[in-house]
Ligand binder design. Structure first.
Ligand code: SF4
Length: 335
């Protein structure tokens, strides 16, 4: 488990979070977004010989290209053989630790079922602790969560198993666009029914369906949330706001965040958020009702791409006399 005392945590936040979390990003921290940060402070007296929790998020592989992804831009560009050698090295180092682990989780930095090295460790995990004391937590985009892939790590079903599946939309066009995939959304829907069947058998103990709410899908959210709860039997629906990162294109980044009062869809967004489904106890809101601090478009573009904006403005300015004379000439010859 992450070993940090309240005292150390205080020192840490003094230097990094401003001492009162005022310099932390609420959008990046569900504990701040839900006002539960203080309940996550941990105090321990002695550093144990082995950790009892292991988070596996090191394998940089994904079968999607989500438009809002914060992981992919940081992926290594080393040749695959070198990356694989690194994964093998991690595996060898962690092998003696694995039996001492009581809580294991994966992924969050790529797609779990497309990550063979992480799957191998999960499949080989045989904790020394009694089954009732062990738990596993999986995060996936759901596209490969079918019977065949589940069979590779079905050993996890004996422990307390939590599954989080992120889906951008149940509408095929929106799903493909935001996930950067050609897979039909029906494949994810079928897989969600499969996971629901695992839950009904008591194999999956908690199912969370998550999404990133943004300009392209916000108006679908009431229907999306209802389907998660009623059709797929989700225990919780995590609605996370879009965070500014991932895309290279500043104008696109600005337009994706409609919590911004300057956004042309902001009023529409506020109306959608009035839907009573968002008050459902299974809905976990990670900050959809907080306004973003994104400035107006021009200021935003100037902050991020000053050179590009100035270059564009100069180019337009240079064209202006030509356009004006063209208009004048059109008027003179009656066109
Ligand atoms: S599924 Fe996750 S890791 Fe993969 S591209 Fe999308 S956001 Fe990134």
């Amino acid at each position: 488990m992450t070993s940090i005392t309240a005292k150390k945590h205080k020192v840490f936040t003094q230097s990094w979070g401003g001492g009162d979390y005022s310099q932390c990003s609420v959008d990046s921290c569900p504990y701040l977004a839900t006002g539960t940060i203080d309940s996550h402070l941990i105090e321990i007296d002695k550093i144990p010989e082995y950790p009892d929790t292991l988070l596996l998020g090191h394998e940089q592989v994904c079968n999607y290209h989500c438009t809002f992804c914060s992981s992919r831009p940081g992926y290594s560009t080393e040749p695959q053989e070198i990356q694989n050698a690194g994964y093998e090295n991690i595996y060898e180092k962690l092998k003696p630790v694995l039996p001492h682990i009581k809580r294991i989780s994966a992924n969050g930095n790529g797609e779990l079922f497309a990550s063979p090295h992480i799957l191998k460790m999960l499949a080989e995990w045989k904790p020394l602790a009694p089954v009732e004391e062990c738990s596993a937590s999986l995060e996936t985009n759901g596209s490969l969560f079918d019977a065949e892939h589940w069979a590779k790590i079905s050993n996890l079903g004996q422990y307390n198993l939590r599954v989080a599946i992120t889906v951008t939309s149940f509408d095929d066009y929106t799903y493909k666009l935001l996930s950067g995939t050609t897979l039909p959304v029906q494949q994810v829907i079928d897989n969600l029914h499969f996971v629901k069947s695992l839950k009904e058998q008591g194999i999956v103990n908690h199912l969370q369906i998550a999404t990133v709410v943004q300009e392209r899908n916000f108006f679908q959210m009431p229907e999306f949330t209802r389907r998660c709860i009623e059709e797929f039997g989700a225990d919780s629906v995590r609605l996370r706001p879009y965070q500014i990162h991932g895309s290279e294109d500043s104008a696109r980044i600005w337009f994706t965040e409609m919590r911004n009062p300057n956004h042309p869809y902001h009023e529409e967004y506020l109306k959608v958020m009035q839907d009573p489904i968002f008050k459902h106890p299974k809905v976990s809101d990670w900050g959809l009702n907080t306004e973003s601090h994104t400035p107006d478009l021009l200021t935003f573009l100037m902050q991020r791409d000053k050179k590009k904006v100035v270059k564009f403005a100069l180019k337009e300015l240079a064209k202006w006399p030509f356009r004006k004379s063209k208009r004048l000439l059109g008027k003179l010859i009656g066109r």
